[in-house]
Design a protein around this ligand. Structure first.
Ligand code: SAM
Length: 208
């Protein structure tokens, strides 16, 4: 009963609080639901199969806009298909461009206006595992995201260490984010503390 009372009002009693601890994406979505308001401008930096893009599209609603980046046409096709099937608002621009070019690709009018950016690193599930995010582009993409965000905006970065190159990327992204000026951003790092083999790590960055 106590657990139910502690839940945010928009969640019903069937909501599983424990999932927020064990399931990283659920945790990210709770944070983002609090940060994003209808009408906001947001970015999905890795659209993949479009699950996060759909979530963002629904959060910002018809008055807002989502810019989705992925290097694979297949990912953008999957994302568009998901948005159509779910009758998402017509508020998503999909770009087959690396997220490291985010600032260059976003129209000038949105610079300084972006409220949230979601990174879900790794490869497209069910696809070519060699096409994968890597620190050489992820770190510049984080800097690029920070350059277009408004104060109070939040970046989430979900990192996986289970695939080849994943651990190397996570270490480099961690290191990069640890060096961000505290005047520019506050960085929170979340891991499964008592489970050293856990393969998912999360960074949350608040643009100041
Ligand atoms: C784990 S998947 C993303 C999952 C997705 N967020 C979802 O909801 O289904 C990672 C994606 O990053 C993409 N990717 C790899 N390098 C990239 C880059 N430089 N810029 C943007 N996307 C990239 C891959 O093509 C892949 O689709």
């Amino acid at each position: 009963m106590l657990v139910v009372l502690l839940l945010p009002p928009e969640h019903d009693a069937s909501y599983n609080l424990a999932m927020l601890i064990s399931h990283t994406i659920s945790f990210v979505k709770i944070i983002m639901e609090k940060v994003i308001l209808p009408g906001d401008i947001v970015v999905d930096a890795t659209t993949g199969n479009g699950i996060d893009t759909l979530f963002l599209s629904q959060c910002v609603g018809p008055e807002g806009h989502v810019f989705g980046f992925d290097v694979q046409q297949q990912a953008l096709d999957q994302t568009r298909k998901r948005l159509n099937i779910k009758n998402a608002p017509d508020n998503v621009t999909l770009l087959q461009v690396g997220h490291e070019l985010m600032a260059r690709m976003l129209p000038d009018e949105f610079h300084g206006q972006v409220m949230a950016v979601m990174f879900n690193l790794g490869y497209l599930p069910g696809s070519n595992e060699n096409i994968v995010t890597c620190a050489a582009t992820t770190c510049p993409a984080i800097d690029s995201a920070l350059s277009v965000m408004k104060p109070g905006g939040v970046i989430s970065i979900v990192m996986y260490t289970g695939h080849p190159g994943g651990q190397k990327e996570a270490v480099a992204v961690d290191k990069h984010c640890a060096t961000l000026s505290p005047n520019l951003a506050r960085v929170r790092r979340c891991t499964m503390h008592n489970h050293p083999a856990a393969q998912t790590h999360l960074l949350l960055i608040e643009r100041r």
